[in-house]
Design a protein around this ligand. Structure first.
Ligand code: FPP
Length: 246
C-alpha cells in the first residue's frame, strides 16, 4: 500500500530523520459517525501502526507522537480513563511486533500523573523494546512543552547550585541536553492532522526550524500514503535555517 509514493519518496531526495506528529481530530471523526469520542481515539491506534510502518519503510529514524497533553487532564474523567486504558491496550497489542521490527519505544512527559496500570505498561514497553535500532518511537504522554523547558531550567539551576556547571557556560546545547528529547536530533518535519494551524504547546524548543505540514485529514483516516505525501512535500521545501543559500 502506497508503494508508488514510497518509490517517489526514495528517489526524490532527503528523507526527514525525525518526524513529529500532532494526532488531532479523533473526536470529530467519532462525532461524524455519531460514535462516542473514545471510539475515535481507538480508531486512531490503527493510524499509529500505519505511520510506524511508513517510517520503517521510508527510513525515518525518529518518530515523535503527541498522544496526551497536560491540558488533556482537564477533559471529562470518562475520556481520560478511556485514553489511559487505550495506552495499556496499545502497549499490549503492539509490544511484540514493535520489538520484532526493531522499534525502541520511549514515553516522554510527566509520567507520575499516569494511572498505575498505564505507568506499569509504559515502563514495560520501554524496557522490552530498548534494544531496537531501526526506529525510535517517542510517545508524548502527559506532555507539555513549557513544563518540559521549565524542568530543564530547574535541572540547570540545580547543577549550577551544586557547582556542576558554571552559569556562564549555560548555552542552548546545555539546555537541550536536559530536555526529554536530548538523545535525538530536532524534528525536521511537523505534521498536524485535522486542519488546525496551532503548535499546542508541543516541542516548542525542538521545532525551531521544523517544516510545518497541516492536512485536513482526521487522524483516524491518516494512512502511510498521507505520511509519504507529507514527506514528498517536505522534499520540495527549501530549508534555509535562517541563512541565504547560494
Ligand atoms: C486528539 O484528538 C487526540 C488525542 C487527544 C489522543 C490521541 C491518541 C491516539 C491517537 C490513541 C492511540 C495512540 C497511542 C499511542 C495510545 P481530539 O480528541 O482532540 O479530536 P477533536 O479535536 O476532533 O476533538
Amino acid at each position: 500500500m502506497g508503494d508508488d509514493l514510497l518509490q517517489r519518496v526514495r528517489v526524490h531526495g532527503v528523507v526527514p530523520a525525525h518526524i513529529a506528529i500532532i494526532m488531532d481530530g479523533n473526536g470529530r471523526w467519532a462525532a461524524g459517525r455519531a460514535l462516542p469520542r473514545p471510539l475515535g481515539h481507538h480508531a486512531g491506534m490503527s493510524s499509529v501502526r500505519e505511520v510506524v510502518e511508513g517510517c520503517l519503510e521510508a527510513g525515518v529514524s525518529v518518530l515523535t507522537l503527541f498522544a496526551f497533553s497536560q491540558e488533556n487532564w482537564q477533559r471529562p474523567a470518562g475520556e481520560i480513563e478511556a485514553l489511559m486504558s487505550l495506552l495499556e491496550e496499545y502497549i499490549a497489542r503492539e509490544m511484540s511486533e514493535l520489538r520484532a521490527q526493531g522499534v525502541a519505544v520511549r514515553i516522554l512527559g510527566d509520567l507520575d500523573r499516569l494511572t498505575g496500570g498505564a505507568r506499569r505498561a509504559a515502563d514495560r514497553i520501554v524496557a522490552e523494546t530498548g534494544g531496537g535500532t531501526k526506529l525510535a518511537l517517542n510517545l508524548c504522554i502527559s506532555y507539555g512543552s513549557r513544563a518540559e523547558i521549565v524542568r530543564a531550567a530547574r535541572l540547570l539551576a540545580e547543577d549550577a547550585a551544586a557547582g556542576r556547571i558554571d552559569p556562564a557556560a549555560i548555552d542552548e546545547e546545555a539546555l537541550g541536553r536536559r530536555l526529554y528529547t536530548a538523545e535525538w536530533p530536532d524534528p525536521d518535519l511537523l505534521i498536524r492532522t485535522s486542519g488546525e494551524m496551532r503548535i499546542s504547546n508541543f516541542l516548542l524548543w525542538q521545532l525551531a526550524y521544523a517544516e510545518l505540514y497541516v492536512t485536513p485529514v482526521l487522524w483516524p483516516d491518516f494512512t502511510r500514503r498521507h505520511l509519504f505525501e507529507a514527506i514528498l512535500e517536505f522534499q520540495r521545501r527549501d530549508r534555509r535555517f535562517g541563512r541565504v543559500l547560494a
